[in-house]
Design a protein around this ligand. Structure first.
Ligand SMILES: Cc1ncc(COP(=O)(O)O)c(C=O)c1O
Length: 423
């Protein structure tokens, strides 16, 4: 595999950006390689600057549910560009996107658009604090909600791979407001409520954890979170930045039938552009400025180009109800191929899967929580990653990220991937 140009570009980038990248996981650090520089993408494939062609199962970490450069999304975006890139004033496109989001996720009675998942979760927590008048929040070990100070406590994703669960530069006093419970462990949540009576503003949770690899909630876990927050006057925030429009048009809350007070969306809602949304109960969102005293703003928030990409993407998803069934069936086929590989080579492998989200953990344990996830053999994962890459298949460069299947993956792509997995 010739990656000479990628290597050259990486050396230059390293002098200009920390680790040569603009987001840590892209550096390939946990798989012991240097990153590939991508030239372009089309449908289910990406092409690096050396001309290598890969079937892409990263899909930009989730947004690419329709594949790269979907012609209708691109056309809509290009047309929107000619009308102006940003005005800092309201447009009808924001209202149209909000209506679409609300149709799909009715619990989002009122919402605000922002530019990243980080902003969405940070702002949702501020609104929950403003509404309840309380300071503390509960998050779960191994869940990732972006990089705002108070949420970089036992975070997942790249922070997990790099063994720096508490980031440098985060004042200890901020972190103290964040209580950490264990995913799928109800007692750990009960204990925090018992020890912090009337002080907890909110629980924030990934309804399906997807930043310690994919870890599914046990049957009664999300209903339990709903109950305990109600009992204690705390706000339940579902961080659906990954699961929103991924598990289905109504996200995880529709899949599991549990209605949160607030929801955060990112990734797919922007169709590949910088766009995220937070929202939920009207009485909470009415606390946000200019209606209320919870301040939150953004020069580029709800800008017409990102909203156009989001609108077109959601319209296309709504118009193809069979898409979710198809990508789930393809993900099932890939899961089977992983199992066949494990059997053939006597590998310790555990597959966690829901909808089109999947992780193959290199461990002999069931992975139901953070401890199970980190029992995985990251060296075995790095070996698997290299093997897939050299055979034209681009999977996440970390054991603790999900594999994303998109509507653009063709039968041929799936067949080739299965062949590589089972060879
Ligand atoms: C569940 C979840 N929440 C929040 C975020 C942060 O989103 P962003 O990277 O757009 O800031 C991510 C990013 O991967 C995420 O997976």
């Amino acid at each position: 595999m010739n990656i000479r140009k990628s290597e050259e570009m990486y050396q230059v980038a390293c002098g200009l950006m920390p680790g040569g990248v603009n987001s840590p996981v892209r550096a390939f650090g946990s798989v012991g390689r240097n990153p590939l520089f991508i030239d372009h993408g089309k449908g289910s494939h990406i092409y690096d600057v050396d001309g290598n062609d890969y079937i892409d199962y990263v899909c930009s970490w989730g947004p690419g549910i329709l594949g790269h450069a979907h012609p209708e999304v691109v056309e809509a975006v290009v047309r929107a560009c000619y009308d102006g890139l940003t005005f800092g004033a309201p447009t009808g496109k924001e209202t149209r996107l909000a209506q679409l989001v609300q149709e799909c996720i009715p619990s989002m009675e009122m919402m605000r658009m922002v530019n990243s998942g980080t902003e969405a979760t940070m702002s949702a927590i501020r609104a929950a604090r403003g509404f309840t008048g309380r300071d503390k929040i509960i998050k779960f070990k191994g869940c990732y909600h972006g990089h705002s100070d108070g949420l970089l406590v036992q975070a997942g994703s790249a922070a997990l791979t790099q063994s720096v669960p508490d980031s440098g530069g985060v004042p200890a006093s901020y972190a103290q407001q964040t209580l950490v419970a264990l995913y799928n462990d109800k007692d750990s949540v009960r204990e925090l409520f018992d020890n912090n009576k009337d002080q907890i503003a909110a629980i924030i949770v990934e309804p399906v954890a997807a930043n310690m690899g994919v870890v599914l909630p046990e049957d009664d876990f999300l209903p339990f979170l709903r109950e305990i927050t109600e009992e204690n006057g705390a706000i339940l925030i579902f961080d659906e930045v990954i699961t929103g429009f991924r598990l289905g048009i109504g996200g995880a809350q529709e899949w599991f039938g549990v209605k949160p007070d607030m929801t955060t969306l990112g990734k797919i809602v922007g169709g590949g552009m910088p766009m995220a949304v937070y929202g939920g109960r009207k009485d909470i969102m009415e606390k946000v400025a200019p209606l209320g005293k919870v301040y939150q703003a953004g020069t580029l928030s709800g800008n017409p180009i990102a909203t156009t990409a989001g609108i077109k993407t959601i319209e296309l998803l709504k118009a193809q109800p069979d898409l979710y069934t198809r990508i789930e069936a393809n993900t099932d086929k890939l899961a089977e191929a992983f199992r066949a590989r494990a059997e053939k080579y006597g590998l310790d492998l555990h597959i966690n899967k829901i909808g089109s989200l999947m992780s193959a953990f290199f461990t002999d344990q069931d992975v139901k929580d953070y401890a199970g996830a980190v029992s995985a053999d990251t060296e075995a994962y790095a070996e698997y990653f290299g093997y897939m890459l050299e055979n034209g298949i681009y999977v996440a460069p970390s054991q603790f990220e999900a594999m994303f299947v998109s509507g653009a993956h063709s039968d041929e792509d799936i067949k080739k991937t299965i062949q590589v997995l089972t060879d």
